[in-house]
Design a protein around this ligand. Structure first.
Ligand code: FDA
Length: 308
C-alpha cells in the first residue's frame, strides 16, 4: 500500500486529475487549513494563541522552469513581511521550503542565491529559514546547500531523514556550522542499499541520531527539532537526553498541522517547545499522497469523503 501510494504521488496523470475531484479536496482539508495564504495565517493565529510555534510551507516541488523560483521566492518574502506587520506576541512564523521549488533541478547556483536572500530576510524578521529534505536524488545537493548557507547565516535549518544510512555522517558534517536539524523518519520510497526499510530499524536509527543532535543542542551548538508524531519515540529520546544532562527545553517537537494535535498540546504542557508545520497552496497532490502513505487508515478517511 505504501509503495503504491508513493508511486501514485509521482504519477503525472493522477496529479492532474485527482486534485480536481471534490472528495479529494474535502479529504485534504484534514491536513491543511486551506489553499490560500490567509488560511495559513488564520491557522497560525490559532496555534500561536496556544503557545505553539509555526512553520509555513507553500506546497510545490520540482518546478519545471527557473522563472517559477522567482515567484516562489517573492511569495515567501511577502509572507515574511505580512507576518511582521501582523505582529504576534508568540513570535514570527518560520519558513520551510523544498530546494527543487527554488530551482535546484535547473540551476544550483540560482537556487543558492534564492536561499541566501530568503535567509537574510528571515534574519531581519528574527526567524529561521528551513530546507525540507526531498527524495535521495537530492540529499547530497541539499546537504551541500545547507553547509554553504551555514557559512553565511546563523538561522539555517534542514530536515534530515533517519531512514537514510548516510544521515549519521551528514549530521557530523553539518554540526560544526551550528545548524537547526529537524530529524524526520523519511517520507519517500528509497531502496534498501541506501535506506532502512524496516520500521524498527528506522526508529532505532532515529533514536541514536536524535541523541547525538540533542547533546549538541544541550551544548548550544545546534537546534534540534524532533519532526515526528511518534510520541513514544520522542519520550525515549527525551529520557536518554535528560539522563545525559540535556534540558527538555532543548528538545523541540515539530508536528504536521492536523496530526496528533492533542499530543502536541500535552508535550507543550510537559515543557517541550512545540511547533506545527502548516502546509497550504494549490499544489497539494504529491504531498497529500505521502501523508496517505504514512497511515493507511487515512485512505479509508479519504474514501469516506466520496459518500454523500
Ligand atoms: P510514524 O509513521 O511511525 O507515525 C507515528 C504515529 O503518528 C502513527 O501511529 C500515527 O498515529 C501518527 N501518524 C503519522 N503519520 C500520520 C498521518 N499522515 N496521518 C495521521 N496520523 C499519522 N519527511 C521528509 O522526507 N522530508 C521532510 O522534509 C519532512 N518534513 C517533515 C516535517 C515535520 C514537522 C514532520 C512531522 C514530518 C516531516 N516529514 C518529512 C515526514 C516524515 O518523514 C514522516 O513521513 C512522517 O512524519 C510520518 O512518520 P512519523 O515520524 O510521524 O512516525
Amino acid at each position: 500500500m505504501r509503495s503504491l501510494l508513493l508511486w501514485a504521488a509521482r504519477e503525472p496523470r493522477l496529479r492532474d486529475t485527482i486534485p480536481r475531484m471534490r472528495f479529494a479536496q474535502r479529504a485534504v482539508r484534514r491536513f491543511m487549513p486551506g489553499e490560500r495564504t490567509e488560511d495559513a495565517f488564520a491557522a497560525a493565529g490559532r496555534l500561536q494563541d496556544e503557545r505553539n510555534g509555526v512553520l509555513f510551507t507553500r506546497l510545490g516541488e520540482n518546478i519545471t522552469a527557473l522563472a517559477e523560483a522567482d515567484e516562489v521566492a517573492a511569495h515567501y518574502s511577502g509572507v515574511l513581511e505580512a507576518d511582521v506587520e501582523r505582529g504576534h506576541s508568540q513570535g514570527v512564523v518560520e519558513i520551510s521550503i523544498k530546494p527543487t521549488q527554488l530551482g535546484l533541478d535547473q540551476d544550483a547556483e540560482a537556487c543558492y542565491e534564492h536561499c541566501d536572500r530568503l535567509a537574510t530576510l528571515c534574519a531581519k524578521s528574527g526567524t529561521w529559514f528551513w530546507l525540507d529534505m526531498e527524495g535521495s536524488d537530492y540529499t547530497e545537493a541539499t546537504v551541500a546547500l545547507t553547509e554553504r548557507l551555514l557559512r553565511a547565516h546563523d538561522n539555517i535549518g534542514v530536515a534530515l531523514q533517519a531512514y537514510l544510512k548516510r544521515t549519521a555522517a551528514d549530521i557530523e558534517r553539518l554540526l560544526p556550522g551550528g545548524p537547526a536539524i529537524r530529524l524526520v523518519k523519511g517520507a519517500y520510497d528509497e531502496p534498501q542499499d541506501i535506506a532502512y526499510r524496516d520500521a524498527g530499524a528506522v526508529d532505532a536509527n532515529y533514536q541514536a541520531l536524535a541523541v547525538v543532535i540533542a547533546e549538541a543542542a544541550g551544548r548550544g551548538q545546534a537546534r534540534l527539532a524532533l519532526g515526528t508524531h511518534d510520541v513514544g519515540l520522542i519520550e525515549r529520546v527525551s529520557t536518554i537526553a535528560e539522563a545525559r544532562g540535556v534540558d527538555r527545553a532543548a528538545l523541540e517537537v515539530h508536528m504536521l498541522y492536523g496530526i496528533r494535535e492533542d499530543q502536541l498540546r500535552r508535550l507543550r504542557d510537559e515543557g517541550y517547545p512545540t511547533s506545527s508545520l502548516v502546509a497550504y497552496g494549490p499544489a497539494w497532490y504529491a504531498w497529500y499522497m505521502r501523508r496517505l502513505a504514512e497511515r493507511p487508515a487515512n485512505v479509508i478517511f479519504a474514501l469516506r469523503q466520496m459518500l454523500p
